[in-house]
Design a binder for this molecule. Structure first.
Ligand code: G1P
Length: 298
């Protein structure tokens, strides 16, 4: 398979669920423990071997661009004061020039439209999509797991590979859901024969839900060119993937290892903070005791 070098990160959403916190700050800059939500996805992509990140941004998102840039005064002050550890932490958010490209989505017309806005930067090669609201805690980066599977696929026709997790039937209306053709031998991947955006439980083809990590064949962009509206009146990435399945591009779902947190919801965001903080060597043990105490008192 052709190597996957580029990843698209749509970050143009308004973050209305987190108002007033997101009134003057992009929702992607809310922190999970000590780093913004967006940094978790960026680190996952880079740790998985992605070389170029394409952010699809919108109005009011400049804090994201500033976050992944030199902060000259801050860095000079930390260096002058000998705060080496803090300096390293700040420097770790700078990447070689050209690593990140920013493309603007002028109107909120849907996830498919956001990805389509990046089409000229993606070009004609397979690419990853990471929805940064979803962060995954696990031993191996989630995207790296998908890339392992992807690189071992043998097809002449490209492929789409989508991270999935099993959800309760009543939850299908919140996700893209895959229609399973057949499971592969290792029982962690299956071939899909279709995908539907946010089906009602009684119409869902399975309970295998898309959670925000994709590797896509560039032909998906051709389907997005049509700008067809789908569920919720939006241009859906799901519909373009479905069209690509119907055109014969092999499409697989893969169950990734790790615990997923939906930082696009308040509950998921709070839970992510707790889970990541519990993993921290310094604060984990005392935090565990404090949480147990809180729960007992509740
Ligand atoms: C988007 C996708 C959906 C996917 C979900 C994962 O929906 O359209 O297919 O399952 O992300 O988080 P959204 O949550 O943006 O409505």
């Amino acid at each position: 398979m052709q190597r996957v070098r580029k990843a698209v990160l749509p970050v143009a959403g308004l973050g209305t669920r987190f108002l007033p916190a997101t009134k003057a700050m992009p929702k992607e800059m809310l922190t999970v423990v000590d780093r913004p939500v967006i940094q978790h996805a960026v680190q996952e992509a880079l740790a998985s071997g992605i070389e170029q990140l394409i952010f699809v941004t919108g109005r009011g998102k400049t804090a994201i661009e500033d976050h992944f840039d030199h902060a000259f005064e801050l860095e000079a002050t930390l260096a002058a004061r000998g705060k080496d550890e803090a300096l390293q932490t700040v420097e770790a958010t700078n990447f070689p020039p050209g690593t990140i490209a920013y493309v603007r989505q002028q109107e909120p017309l849907g996830l498919g439209h956001a990805v389509w806005c990046a089409r000229h930067v993606i070009g004609d090669e397979p690419f990853a999509v990471l929805l940064p609201d979803d962060i995954i805690l696990g031993d191996q980066p989630c995207l790296a797991q998908l890339l392992d599977v992807y690189e071992n696929l043998a097809t002449d026709n490209g492929a789409n590979l989508i991270g999935v997790e099993g959800v309760e039937p009543e939850m299908t209306r919140k996700f893209g859901v895959l229609d399973i053709d057949r499971w592969l031998d290792d029982e962690t991947s299956f071939i899909a024969k279709g995908i539907v955006e946010k089906p009602r439980p009684e119409e869902a083809p399975s309970n295998m839900a898309v959670f925000g990590r994709y590797i896509l064949d560039p032909t998906v962009l051709k389907h997005l060119d049509k700008q067809e509206r789908g569920t919720g009146g939006e241009i859906q990435l799901t519909d373009a993937i479905d069209a690509s399945i119907r055109e014969g591009v092999p499409t697989l779902g893969h169950l990734c290892e790790g615990r997923r947190f939906d930082c696009g919801s308040k509950e998921g965001f709070v839970l992510a903070n707790v889970a990541y903080a519990l993993q921290d060597d310094l604060m984990g043990p005392s935090l565990r005791r404090a949480i147990q105490e809180l729960v007992r008192e509740d």
